[in-house]
Design a protein around this ligand. Structure first.
Ligand SMILES: C[S@@+](CC[C@H](N)C(=O)[O-])C[C@H]1O[C@@H](n2cnc3c(N)ncnc32)[C@H](O)[C@@H]1O
Length: 254
């Protein structure tokens, strides 16, 4: 769970504007369109939907049959402010809630970093069970331990991932990773520099852990737009990024 109400408020305020969310939401939309073309009648689930920015974005793009859940009461109440169909549910046992339901698209962005591998295995097994035969699972997650920083502490992070780590977790689950990319490669040196400084500050006890904050805040319009344009350019140039602080994956039933 995130550290406190202020983190959910920061997420709610930043989701429509911050370059990182904009890129991620467009990546998700791109994969849905690639798979389902103009069909907007599909059933979508956002598992661990946070304050609902992605759900709102998809609704604005014409998708109506979309529901979500999150375990935080704060996150759910922000979603309700956006008039979204969201419930308060724990992802570690959500199969009991959606007993007879299956989905064309399940989205699970940046949630499982807070769990041990056995629990992640259980969660992905449930995703597999809840996916329609031709459905897709989209999952973005924090990548590479070298990017560890104060953000990880603020969001309750237990681990960062790589593709091979995920493949081990998914072993014996009939799910296949059909597309993956790390992002953002071009912004990596900058993000890495910031995180390495934070790691040093943490080692030297220079950071007040009680007042730690996530990286979720919108920079100036100029910087925000520049970062957005850089990552969009990167997407055009590199189909599959090999390094970056996030790992974006699309999975299908095997
Ligand atoms: C970093 S946020 C990501 C939110 C959203 N998916 C997004 O991309 O903006 C992690 C989310 O996981 C939620 N979460 C944590 N533990 C959970 C659990 N056991 N069940 C469901 N959601 C959980 C948190 O409340 C938080 O909203």
């Amino acid at each position: 769970m995130l550290i406190n109400y202020n983190e959910y408020k920061a997420m709610y305020d930043a989701e429509e504007k911050l370059w990182w969310y904009r890129v991620l939401h467009e990546k998700v939309l791109g994969e849905i369109k690639k798979k389902f073309k103009d069909n907007r009648q599909i059933k979508i689930l956002d598992a661990g939907c946070g304050t609902g920015g992605l759900m709102s974005f998809l609704i604005k793009n014409g998708y109506q049959d979309i529901q979500g859940f999150d375990f935080s009461a704060d996150a759910v109440s922000f979603c309700l402010e956006r008039n979204l169909n969201v419930q308060r549910i724990d992802i570690t046992n959500f199969e009991e809630i959606f007993v007879d339901k299956t989905f064309d698209v399940i989205i699970n962005n940046d949630v499982v970093y807070q769990f041990e591998n056995q629990i992640i295995k259980k969660i992905f097994t449930t995703f597999q069970n809840k996916l329609k035969y031709e459905g897709i699972l989209i999952s973005n997650n924090n990548a590479f331990q070298i990017f560890y920083g104060t953000h990880d502490i603020a969001v309750g992070g237990k681990q960062r991932f790589t593709l091979s780590k995920f493949k081990i977790i998914l072993d014996n689950i009939p799910l296949k990773i059909v597309h993956h990319t790390y992002w953002s490669l071009i912004l990596s040196p900058l993000i890495l520099a910031v995180r390495l400084i934070q790691q040093l500050q943490l080692k030297l006890n220079l950071i007040d852990l009680k007042n730690i904050k996530s990286d979720v805040n919108v920079p100036t319009d100029f910087v925000n737009n520049m970062f957005y344009q850089i990552v969009k350019l990167e997407e055009k140039l590199i189909k599959r990024g090999f390094f970056g602080s996030s790992l974006f994956m699309v999975l299908k039933r095997n």
